[in-house]
Design a protein around this ligand. Structure first.
Ligand code: PLP
Length: 417
């Protein structure tokens, strides 16, 4: 049936729907926890950099004044030495389905990927292949190529469907008794496709290989059960849906049975069995601390703690519910407002198979995004012609999502004129 409604009627009905969804949203009150951004009409980039909480300035100031300024170096003993592990446990419990002692906060995602990939690559000398996918985030691919070059291994590439992402069958076809490690993203950074973590992990274990997941686009927004699903290792950012702020350190999960067995390559003093022994030889810690290398960035671990409180309060399940509904609403707004302008949908329509962003494509989107950013409407541009509408459930409303979609329409129309 052709939709004969005029543009104003379509817009009105979407505005009404957004209003009704916001009014019924059980997480609506949490929007108020985030700092205002003057001049920003819609922030749809929380999947790249989460917004700060309102109380972040006060907490940072208190940290400088008290923990650092007053307790000075005593704070290392009093609280900071343990923070990478304590915070890791908290991320594990609130978002990953991981029991304590298996998650740590350190470094950047890239560095942690390297450490774990390198450890997995050399675990069993009879295994000579790393399996990754061609559409994965550059750092994951570059690290795999680097580790392969360093260790004399080879990389086997999966070529997944660009919208649906890696399927179990793709993995089954790529793995064998030669596979040391399969490394994939839980949510594809471009399409938002959500991989079947338990199914793929099981398929990888069937050939005796290890499985690593990149959780950058799912940690804090999609419930998961790393322990129950048998995941060997995982890494993720804390500055996206965990709102840790620019450059906040990443987290790594290493299943307990691999600790003290796998060896990460950057064996700095913080990973030693006795940090302060200052002895002549290195012996690795037998627990999760072995993944550390040097002095952890304590100041950058502050902001994510407030967000973890909020996620725990809201519950990761309720956050996922809102994410499903928000992305559905974005797809509906796309259908009614952007599809008629020739914009392509680059994410799946099946909400259960996507993360918390929706990607749309149009040849003019690079210029359109520049225009939108100048006007305080902030989605995310991804080469070659994609806009990601990142919907961070605790900080994004339905009305804001619609504001963003309508602004894309307006910018696209005025660009064409
Ligand atoms: C999926 C994915 N993996 C890895 C990274 C790299 O993270 P970092 O820059 O913290 O090393 C990113 C960054 O956006 C990402 O989106």
């Amino acid at each position: 049936m052709t939709d004969t409604r005029d543009a104003a009627t379509v817009e009105r009905s979407l505005l009404d729907l957004a209003g009704a969804l916001d009014a019924a949203d059980p997480l609506h009150a949490h929007l108020d926890a985030f700092a205002e951004a003057p001049g920003v009409g819609a922030y749809l980039d929380g999947n790249s950099l989460g917004r700060p909480l309102k109380d972040a300035p006060e907490k940072l100031a208190a940290f400088v004044r008290d923990d650092w300024g007053t307790r000075l170096i005593r704070s290392w003993d009093e609280q900071w030495m343990a923070l990478p592990m304590e915070l890791g446990d908290r991320i594990g419990r609130v978002t990953l389905g991981a029991a304590p002692g298996q998650t740590v906060v350190a470094d950047s995602t890239s560095v942690l990927i390297y450490k774990l990939m390198r450890a997995a690559a050399t675990a069993d000398p009879s295994r000579t292949e790393l399996v990754i996918e061609s559409g994965n985030f550059p750092t994951d691919r570059f690290m795999a190529e680097g580790v392969a070059a360093e260790t004399g291994m080879s990389v086997r590439w999966i070529e997944p469907d660009p919208v649906l992402g890696v399927q179990i069958a793709d993995v089954v076809a790529a793995v064998s008794e030669r596979t040391a490690l399969v490394s994939l993203s839980h949510v594809d950074y471009r399409s938002g496709a959500l991989a079947d973590m338990p199914g793929i992990t099981t398929a990888v274990h069937e050939v005796g290989a290890l499985m690593m997941w990149d959780l950058c686009h799912s940690a804090g927004v999609i419930p998961m059960q790393l322990d129950a699903w048998g995941v060997d290792m995982a890494v993720g950012c804390t500055y996206k849906y965990l709102n840790g702020g620019p450059g906040s350190p990443a987290f790594a999960y290493l299943r307990r049975e691999h600790q003290g067995v796998l060896r990460q390559p950057i064996q700095g003093w913080w990973s030693a069995a006795d940090i302060f022994a200052m002895g002549p030889q290195y012996a690795p810690a037998g627990d999760i601390r072995q993944l550390l290398s040097g002095t952890p960035p304590i100041t950058s671990m502050l902001a994510m703690q407030g967000m973890l409180d909020l996620i725990e309060q809201a519950s990761i399940e309720a956050i996922r519910e809102k994410s499903l509904s928000l992305t559905d609403f974005a797809v509906r707004a796309y259908d009614e407002v952007l599809a008629p302008l020739g914009v392509r949908l680059l994410s799946t329509r099946d909400a259960a198979l996507r993360g918390s962003h929706v990607t749309i494509g149009h040849p003019d989107f690079r210029a359109v995004t520049q225009r939108l950013w100048a006007d305080g409407i902030i989605p995310d541009f991804r080469f070659p012609d994609g806009i990601r509408l990142g919907l961070s459930p605790l900080s994004t409303s339905y009305a804001e999502t619609l504001t963003g979609v309508l602004a894309v329409r307006d910018a696209l129309e005025s660009h064409g004129r």
